[in-house]
Design a protein around this ligand. Structure first.
Ligand SMILES: *Cc1c(COP(=O)(O)O)cnc(C)c1O
Length: 406
Protein backbone atom coordinates (compact mmCIF):
# COMPACT_ATOMS: atom_id res chain seq x y z
CA UNK A 1 0.00 0.00 0.00
CA UNK A 2 1.31 3.46 -0.88
CA UNK A 3 1.77 5.89 2.00
CA UNK A 4 1.10 9.64 1.90
CA UNK A 5 1.36 12.41 4.45
CA UNK A 6 -2.23 13.54 3.83
CA UNK A 7 -5.21 12.65 1.70
CA UNK A 8 -4.60 15.82 -0.26
CA UNK A 9 -1.11 14.58 -1.18
CA UNK A 10 -2.64 11.28 -2.25
CA UNK A 11 -5.30 13.00 -4.37
CA UNK A 12 -2.87 15.36 -6.09
CA UNK A 13 -0.33 12.59 -6.75
CA UNK A 14 -2.70 9.86 -7.89
CA UNK A 15 -5.40 12.10 -9.41
CA UNK A 16 -7.83 9.24 -8.77
CA UNK A 17 -11.07 8.83 -10.70
CA UNK A 18 -12.16 6.01 -8.38
CA UNK A 19 -12.90 6.48 -4.66
CA UNK A 20 -9.78 5.97 -2.52
CA UNK A 21 -9.91 4.85 1.10
CA UNK A 22 -7.25 6.51 3.25
CA UNK A 23 -6.30 4.19 6.10
CA UNK A 24 -4.66 5.63 9.21
CA UNK A 25 -3.24 2.74 11.26
CA UNK A 26 -1.81 5.08 13.92
CA UNK A 27 -5.26 6.58 14.53
CA UNK A 28 -6.86 3.13 14.74
CA UNK A 29 -4.21 2.03 17.23
CA UNK A 30 -4.70 5.16 19.33
CA UNK A 31 -8.49 4.84 19.39
CA UNK A 32 -8.35 1.13 20.27
CA UNK A 33 -5.86 1.82 23.05
CA UNK A 34 -8.00 4.68 24.33
CA UNK A 35 -11.02 2.40 24.56
CA UNK A 36 -9.15 -0.41 26.29
CA UNK A 37 -7.65 2.02 28.79
CA UNK A 38 -11.02 3.59 29.60
CA UNK A 39 -13.21 0.48 29.84
CA UNK A 40 -12.69 -1.45 33.07
CA UNK A 41 -13.36 -4.90 31.52
CA UNK A 42 -12.54 -6.80 28.32
CA UNK A 43 -12.79 -5.13 24.92
CA UNK A 44 -14.22 -7.22 22.08
CA UNK A 45 -14.07 -5.39 18.75
CA UNK A 46 -17.32 -5.71 16.76
CA UNK A 47 -16.08 -7.07 13.43
CA UNK A 48 -19.15 -6.09 11.41
CA UNK A 49 -18.23 -2.41 11.74
CA UNK A 50 -15.18 -2.90 9.52
CA UNK A 51 -13.71 -6.37 9.07
CA UNK A 52 -10.96 -5.56 6.57
CA UNK A 53 -7.78 -7.60 7.16
CA UNK A 54 -5.75 -4.37 7.61
CA UNK A 55 -8.11 -3.31 10.41
CA UNK A 56 -8.11 -6.67 12.21
CA UNK A 57 -4.32 -6.97 11.90
CA UNK A 58 -3.73 -3.44 13.19
CA UNK A 59 -6.08 -4.08 16.12
CA UNK A 60 -4.18 -7.29 16.89
CA UNK A 61 -0.93 -5.36 17.02
CA UNK A 62 -2.63 -2.79 19.26
CA UNK A 63 -3.41 -5.58 21.73
CA UNK A 64 -7.04 -6.40 20.97
CA UNK A 65 -7.44 -10.10 21.79
CA UNK A 66 -11.22 -10.55 21.66
CA UNK A 67 -13.59 -10.09 18.73
CA UNK A 68 -17.38 -9.96 18.52
CA UNK A 69 -18.38 -12.04 15.48
CA UNK A 70 -21.68 -12.97 13.86
CA UNK A 71 -21.01 -15.23 10.87
CA UNK A 72 -18.64 -17.81 9.34
CA UNK A 73 -17.12 -15.04 7.20
CA UNK A 74 -16.24 -13.11 10.36
CA UNK A 75 -14.86 -16.23 12.14
CA UNK A 76 -12.55 -16.73 9.19
CA UNK A 77 -11.44 -13.09 8.96
CA UNK A 78 -10.54 -13.02 12.67
CA UNK A 79 -8.76 -16.40 12.52
CA UNK A 80 -6.69 -15.18 9.56
CA UNK A 81 -5.68 -11.95 11.32
CA UNK A 82 -4.99 -13.46 14.75
CA UNK A 83 -4.99 -17.28 14.96
CA UNK A 84 -5.34 -17.41 18.77
CA UNK A 85 -7.91 -14.62 19.18
CA UNK A 86 -10.93 -15.28 21.35
CA UNK A 87 -14.24 -14.89 19.54
CA UNK A 88 -17.62 -14.09 21.07
CA UNK A 89 -20.42 -15.29 18.81
CA UNK A 90 -22.97 -12.67 19.85
CA UNK A 91 -25.62 -13.03 17.18
CA UNK A 92 -28.79 -14.11 19.04
CA UNK A 93 -30.25 -15.99 16.06
CA UNK A 94 -27.88 -18.48 14.46
CA UNK A 95 -28.05 -21.26 11.88
CA UNK A 96 -27.45 -24.64 13.49
CA UNK A 97 -24.70 -25.37 10.97
CA UNK A 98 -22.97 -22.13 11.98
CA UNK A 99 -23.22 -23.04 15.67
CA UNK A 100 -21.54 -26.33 14.83
CA UNK A 101 -18.81 -24.58 12.83
CA UNK A 102 -18.25 -22.14 15.70
CA UNK A 103 -17.96 -24.82 18.39
CA UNK A 104 -16.18 -27.52 16.37
CA UNK A 105 -13.86 -25.70 13.98
CA UNK A 106 -13.26 -22.33 15.60
CA UNK A 107 -13.30 -23.34 19.26
CA UNK A 108 -15.79 -20.59 20.12
CA UNK A 109 -17.13 -20.99 23.66
CA UNK A 110 -19.22 -17.83 24.12
CA UNK A 111 -22.56 -17.22 22.43
CA UNK A 112 -25.68 -15.15 22.95
CA UNK A 113 -29.38 -15.92 22.60
CA UNK A 114 -32.80 -14.49 23.37
CA UNK A 115 -35.12 -17.49 22.91
CA UNK A 116 -35.48 -21.07 24.15
CA UNK A 117 -35.40 -22.51 20.62
CA UNK A 118 -31.87 -21.19 20.30
CA UNK A 119 -30.98 -23.11 23.47
CA UNK A 120 -32.32 -26.26 21.80
CA UNK A 121 -30.17 -25.68 18.70
CA UNK A 122 -27.03 -25.05 20.77
CA UNK A 123 -27.68 -28.02 23.03
CA UNK A 124 -28.14 -30.35 20.04
CA UNK A 125 -24.69 -29.40 18.71
CA UNK A 126 -23.11 -29.56 22.18
CA UNK A 127 -24.44 -33.12 22.65
CA UNK A 128 -23.46 -34.20 19.14
CA UNK A 129 -19.89 -33.00 19.73
CA UNK A 130 -19.91 -34.40 23.27
CA UNK A 131 -18.84 -31.05 24.77
CA UNK A 132 -19.12 -30.11 28.43
CA UNK A 133 -21.78 -27.35 28.73
CA UNK A 134 -19.87 -26.08 31.76
CA UNK A 135 -17.13 -24.91 29.39
CA UNK A 136 -19.59 -22.79 27.39
CA UNK A 137 -20.95 -19.37 28.36
CA UNK A 138 -24.35 -18.31 27.07
CA UNK A 139 -25.18 -14.63 27.34
CA UNK A 140 -28.90 -13.93 27.49
CA UNK A 141 -29.60 -10.83 25.44
CA UNK A 142 -32.09 -8.56 27.17
CA UNK A 143 -34.29 -5.93 25.59
CA UNK A 144 -33.32 -2.35 26.20
CA UNK A 145 -34.89 0.98 25.50
CA UNK A 146 -32.48 3.62 24.45
CA UNK A 147 -31.78 6.75 22.60
CA UNK A 148 -29.32 5.98 19.83
CA UNK A 149 -29.01 7.26 16.28
CA UNK A 150 -29.62 3.66 15.31
CA UNK A 151 -32.09 1.93 17.56
CA UNK A 152 -31.26 -1.78 17.33
CA UNK A 153 -32.92 -3.02 20.45
CA UNK A 154 -36.27 -3.65 18.78
CA UNK A 155 -35.00 -6.55 16.73
CA UNK A 156 -33.36 -8.66 19.44
CA UNK A 157 -33.60 -9.16 23.14
CA UNK A 158 -35.81 -11.03 25.60
CA UNK A 159 -38.28 -9.18 27.80
CA UNK A 160 -37.15 -9.17 31.45
CA UNK A 161 -39.35 -12.05 32.71
CA UNK A 162 -38.45 -14.13 29.67
CA UNK A 163 -34.75 -13.43 30.23
CA UNK A 164 -35.09 -14.69 33.82
CA UNK A 165 -36.53 -17.95 32.51
CA UNK A 166 -33.77 -18.32 29.91
CA UNK A 167 -31.03 -17.72 32.49
CA UNK A 168 -32.50 -20.36 34.78
CA UNK A 169 -33.03 -22.84 31.97
CA UNK A 170 -29.44 -22.52 30.66
CA UNK A 171 -28.04 -22.67 34.19
CA UNK A 172 -30.04 -25.88 34.92
CA UNK A 173 -28.59 -27.52 31.78
CA UNK A 174 -25.12 -26.74 33.09
CA UNK A 175 -24.04 -23.83 30.89
CA UNK A 176 -22.34 -20.80 32.37
CA UNK A 177 -24.62 -17.82 31.92
CA UNK A 178 -24.28 -14.07 31.56
CA UNK A 179 -26.42 -11.08 30.64
CA UNK A 180 -25.81 -8.97 27.55
CA UNK A 181 -27.45 -6.09 25.76
CA UNK A 182 -26.76 -3.84 22.83
CA UNK A 183 -28.35 -0.41 23.04
CA UNK A 184 -27.98 0.58 19.39
CA UNK A 185 -25.30 2.55 17.61
CA UNK A 186 -24.05 6.11 18.16
CA UNK A 187 -25.87 6.62 21.43
CA UNK A 188 -26.72 10.21 22.28
CA UNK A 189 -27.98 9.92 25.82
CA UNK A 190 -25.63 8.76 28.60
CA UNK A 191 -28.64 7.45 30.58
CA UNK A 192 -29.03 4.70 27.97
CA UNK A 193 -26.51 2.34 29.54
CA UNK A 194 -27.82 2.98 33.02
CA UNK A 195 -31.36 2.03 31.97
CA UNK A 196 -30.01 -1.19 30.46
CA UNK A 197 -27.98 -1.96 33.59
CA UNK A 198 -31.03 -1.35 35.79
CA UNK A 199 -32.93 -3.84 33.67
CA UNK A 200 -30.04 -6.32 33.85
CA UNK A 201 -30.07 -5.92 37.63
CA UNK A 202 -33.80 -6.71 37.80
CA UNK A 203 -33.25 -9.84 35.70
CA UNK A 204 -30.27 -10.95 37.78
CA UNK A 205 -32.16 -10.58 41.07
CA UNK A 206 -35.17 -12.55 39.84
CA UNK A 207 -33.09 -15.28 38.18
CA UNK A 208 -30.90 -15.84 41.24
CA UNK A 209 -28.28 -17.90 39.40
CA UNK A 210 -24.51 -17.32 39.42
CA UNK A 211 -23.52 -14.94 36.62
CA UNK A 212 -20.35 -15.46 34.58
CA UNK A 213 -20.35 -11.92 33.23
CA UNK A 214 -22.07 -8.83 31.92
CA UNK A 215 -21.66 -7.66 28.33
CA UNK A 216 -22.69 -4.06 27.64
CA UNK A 217 -22.47 -4.31 23.84
CA UNK A 218 -21.49 -1.38 21.64
CA UNK A 219 -23.06 1.95 20.83
CA UNK A 220 -20.29 4.29 22.00
CA UNK A 221 -20.48 7.46 19.89
CA UNK A 222 -17.84 8.55 17.40
CA UNK A 223 -17.15 12.15 16.45
CA UNK A 224 -18.78 13.38 13.26
CA UNK A 225 -19.53 16.70 11.62
CA UNK A 226 -22.46 19.01 12.05
CA UNK A 227 -24.63 21.09 9.78
CA UNK A 228 -23.66 24.78 10.22
CA UNK A 229 -27.27 25.88 9.71
CA UNK A 230 -28.50 23.93 12.69
CA UNK A 231 -27.81 24.45 16.33
CA UNK A 232 -25.01 22.21 17.46
CA UNK A 233 -26.33 19.33 19.48
CA UNK A 234 -24.66 18.94 22.85
CA UNK A 235 -23.14 15.51 22.61
CA UNK A 236 -21.54 13.80 25.58
CA UNK A 237 -17.94 12.95 24.72
CA UNK A 238 -16.39 9.51 24.90
CA UNK A 239 -14.71 10.31 28.21
CA UNK A 240 -17.98 11.45 29.77
CA UNK A 241 -19.88 8.37 28.56
CA UNK A 242 -17.20 6.03 29.84
CA UNK A 243 -16.89 7.70 33.26
CA UNK A 244 -20.64 7.47 33.62
CA UNK A 245 -20.83 3.84 32.46
CA UNK A 246 -18.04 2.79 34.82
CA UNK A 247 -19.80 4.49 37.73
CA UNK A 248 -23.13 2.90 36.78
CA UNK A 249 -21.61 -0.59 36.60
CA UNK A 250 -20.18 -0.08 40.04
CA UNK A 251 -23.43 1.32 41.42
CA UNK A 252 -25.54 -1.52 40.05
CA UNK A 253 -23.09 -4.07 41.38
CA UNK A 254 -21.74 -5.45 38.13
CA UNK A 255 -18.14 -4.37 38.54
CA UNK A 256 -17.15 -7.41 40.60
CA UNK A 257 -17.82 -9.82 37.73
CA UNK A 258 -16.18 -10.16 34.29
CA UNK A 259 -17.29 -7.22 32.14
CA UNK A 260 -17.18 -7.03 28.35
CA UNK A 261 -17.84 -4.24 25.86
CA UNK A 262 -18.18 -4.65 22.10
CA UNK A 263 -17.23 -1.31 20.56
CA UNK A 264 -17.22 -0.90 16.80
CA UNK A 265 -17.86 2.60 15.55
CA UNK A 266 -15.91 4.46 18.25
CA UNK A 267 -12.81 2.37 17.55
CA UNK A 268 -12.71 2.52 13.76
CA UNK A 269 -14.58 5.65 12.57
CA UNK A 270 -11.58 8.00 12.62
CA UNK A 271 -9.24 5.46 11.05
CA UNK A 272 -10.44 6.03 7.48
CA UNK A 273 -11.32 8.89 5.23
CA UNK A 274 -12.44 8.63 1.63
CA UNK A 275 -11.31 10.66 -1.35
CA UNK A 276 -14.14 11.04 -3.87
CA UNK A 277 -14.06 12.94 -7.14
CA UNK A 278 -16.67 15.36 -8.42
CA UNK A 279 -17.65 13.83 -11.77
CA UNK A 280 -19.98 16.68 -12.59
CA UNK A 281 -21.26 19.88 -11.07
CA UNK A 282 -24.76 20.88 -12.08
CA UNK A 283 -25.81 24.08 -10.30
CA UNK A 284 -25.85 23.30 -6.59
CA UNK A 285 -25.58 19.57 -7.18
CA UNK A 286 -22.40 17.53 -7.18
CA UNK A 287 -22.30 14.10 -8.80
CA UNK A 288 -19.56 12.05 -7.17
CA UNK A 289 -18.04 8.61 -7.82
CA UNK A 290 -19.30 6.98 -4.59
CA UNK A 291 -22.72 6.87 -2.94
CA UNK A 292 -25.22 5.10 -0.76
CA UNK A 293 -24.68 1.71 -2.44
CA UNK A 294 -20.95 1.94 -1.80
CA UNK A 295 -19.28 3.71 1.14
CA UNK A 296 -21.96 6.22 2.11
CA UNK A 297 -25.02 4.25 3.20
CA UNK A 298 -24.48 5.10 6.86
CA UNK A 299 -24.71 8.81 6.09
CA UNK A 300 -27.65 8.35 3.73
CA UNK A 301 -29.95 7.50 6.63
CA UNK A 302 -29.61 11.17 7.51
CA UNK A 303 -28.54 10.52 11.06
CA UNK A 304 -24.90 11.30 10.61
CA UNK A 305 -23.25 14.37 9.12
CA UNK A 306 -19.85 13.46 7.82
CA UNK A 307 -17.10 16.07 7.93
CA UNK A 308 -15.65 16.94 4.53
CA UNK A 309 -12.62 18.76 3.12
CA UNK A 310 -12.25 20.35 -0.29
CA UNK A 311 -9.29 19.36 -2.47
CA UNK A 312 -9.41 21.60 -5.57
CA UNK A 313 -7.83 20.31 -8.76
CA UNK A 314 -4.87 22.64 -9.46
CA UNK A 315 -5.17 21.79 -13.17
CA UNK A 316 -8.44 23.70 -13.43
CA UNK A 317 -7.71 27.06 -15.07
CA UNK A 318 -10.78 29.10 -14.21
CA UNK A 319 -13.29 29.06 -11.41
CA UNK A 320 -16.42 30.98 -10.63
CA UNK A 321 -17.19 32.49 -7.28
CA UNK A 322 -15.38 33.31 -4.08
CA UNK A 323 -13.41 30.48 -2.43
CA UNK A 324 -14.21 31.97 0.98
CA UNK A 325 -17.93 31.63 0.37
CA UNK A 326 -19.04 28.29 1.80
CA UNK A 327 -22.24 26.88 0.36
CA UNK A 328 -24.35 23.77 0.78
CA UNK A 329 -24.19 21.30 -2.11
CA UNK A 330 -26.49 18.37 -2.64
CA UNK A 331 -24.43 15.25 -3.26
CA UNK A 332 -25.58 12.64 -5.80
CA UNK A 333 -24.07 9.15 -5.86
CA UNK A 334 -22.47 7.19 -8.67
CA UNK A 335 -25.27 4.75 -9.49
CA UNK A 336 -28.25 5.37 -11.76
CA UNK A 337 -30.64 4.81 -8.86
CA UNK A 338 -32.63 7.92 -8.02
CA UNK A 339 -32.49 7.25 -4.26
CA UNK A 340 -28.69 7.46 -4.48
CA UNK A 341 -28.57 11.03 -3.14
CA UNK A 342 -27.13 11.87 0.28
CA UNK A 343 -29.69 13.23 2.70
CA UNK A 344 -27.37 15.86 4.13
CA UNK A 345 -25.51 18.46 2.06
CA UNK A 346 -21.77 18.96 1.97
CA UNK A 347 -20.56 22.45 2.83
CA UNK A 348 -17.90 23.48 0.35
CA UNK A 349 -16.48 26.64 -1.25
CA UNK A 350 -18.75 27.85 -4.03
CA UNK A 351 -15.79 27.42 -6.42
CA UNK A 352 -16.05 23.60 -6.27
CA UNK A 353 -16.35 22.14 -9.76
CA UNK A 354 -16.11 19.11 -12.00
CA UNK A 355 -12.80 17.27 -11.48
CA UNK A 356 -12.21 18.42 -7.88
CA UNK A 357 -11.86 16.00 -5.00
CA UNK A 358 -13.58 15.90 -1.63
CA UNK A 359 -12.11 14.10 1.35
CA UNK A 360 -14.85 12.67 3.54
CA UNK A 361 -13.57 12.10 7.05
CA UNK A 362 -14.30 9.73 9.94
CA UNK A 363 -15.81 7.16 7.63
CA UNK A 364 -14.20 3.95 8.93
CA UNK A 365 -17.40 2.53 10.46
CA UNK A 366 -20.20 0.92 8.44
CA UNK A 367 -18.85 2.25 5.17
CA UNK A 368 -16.71 -0.20 3.26
CA UNK A 369 -18.27 -3.10 5.16
CA UNK A 370 -21.58 -2.14 3.51
CA UNK A 371 -20.31 -1.74 -0.07
CA UNK A 372 -22.35 -3.40 -2.78
CA UNK A 373 -21.54 -4.19 -6.41
CA UNK A 374 -24.73 -2.48 -7.52
CA UNK A 375 -24.47 -1.03 -11.01
CA UNK A 376 -20.93 -2.39 -11.33
CA UNK A 377 -19.35 0.11 -8.92
CA UNK A 378 -17.21 -1.31 -6.12
CA UNK A 379 -14.62 1.01 -4.55
CA UNK A 380 -11.62 -1.04 -3.48
CA UNK A 381 -8.54 1.21 -3.64
CA UNK A 382 -6.59 1.86 -0.46
CA UNK A 383 -3.69 4.08 0.55
CA UNK A 384 -2.12 4.71 3.93
CA UNK A 385 -2.19 8.26 5.31
CA UNK A 386 -0.16 9.56 8.23
CA UNK A 387 -2.00 12.71 9.33
CA UNK A 388 -5.31 12.36 11.18
CA UNK A 389 -8.24 13.89 9.28
CA UNK A 390 -8.94 16.47 11.98
CA UNK A 391 -5.33 17.65 12.00
CA UNK A 392 -5.43 18.59 8.33
CA UNK A 393 -4.45 21.85 6.73
CA UNK A 394 -6.86 24.29 8.36
CA UNK A 395 -6.83 26.84 5.54
CA UNK A 396 -8.40 24.37 3.15
CA UNK A 397 -10.46 22.46 5.63
CA UNK A 398 -14.19 22.80 5.62
CA UNK A 399 -14.70 20.01 8.04
CA UNK A 400 -17.21 21.07 10.61
CA UNK A 401 -16.28 18.57 13.25
CA UNK A 402 -18.61 18.35 16.19
CA UNK A 403 -16.27 18.97 19.06
CA UNK A 404 -17.61 16.84 21.82
CA UNK A 405 -17.12 17.75 25.42
CA UNK A 406 -14.77 15.26 26.99
C1 LIG B 1 -23.17 -3.77 15.81
C2 LIG B 1 -22.92 -4.33 17.16
C3 LIG B 1 -21.92 -3.80 17.98
C4 LIG B 1 -21.10 -2.58 17.61
O1 LIG B 1 -21.86 -1.42 17.70
P1 LIG B 1 -21.20 0.05 17.58
O2 LIG B 1 -22.33 0.98 17.71
O3 LIG B 1 -20.55 0.12 16.25
O4 LIG B 1 -20.22 0.19 18.69
C5 LIG B 1 -21.70 -4.40 19.21
N1 LIG B 1 -22.44 -5.46 19.61
C6 LIG B 1 -23.42 -6.00 18.86
C7 LIG B 1 -24.18 -7.16 19.36
C8 LIG B 1 -23.70 -5.45 17.61
O5 LIG B 1 -24.69 -5.95 16.88
Amino acid sequence: MQTFKSAKDAALTLRPDVPVYCFRPAVLTADAERFMAAFPGDTAYAVKTNGEPMVLETLSRAGVRIFDVASPGEFEAVRAAQPDAEMLYMHPVKAQSDIRLALETYGIRVMSLDHEDEVVKILRVVRALDLDPGKITLFIRIQTKGSAAYELSKKFGAAPAHAVELLQRCHRIGFKVGICFHVGSQIEDPDTYERALASADWVRNRADVPLAGIDVGGGFPAEYGHDPRRRKKEMPGFGAIMTRLTADMEEWGFSDMPMVAEPGRVVVARAFSLIVRVLLRKGKRLYINDGIWASLSDSWTGKITLPARFIPDPARQSRNGDPANIQAFKVCGATCDSVDILSRPFWLPETVDTGDWIEIGHIGAYSLSLRTRFNGFYPDTFVEVETPFDEGDAAESYASLETMAD
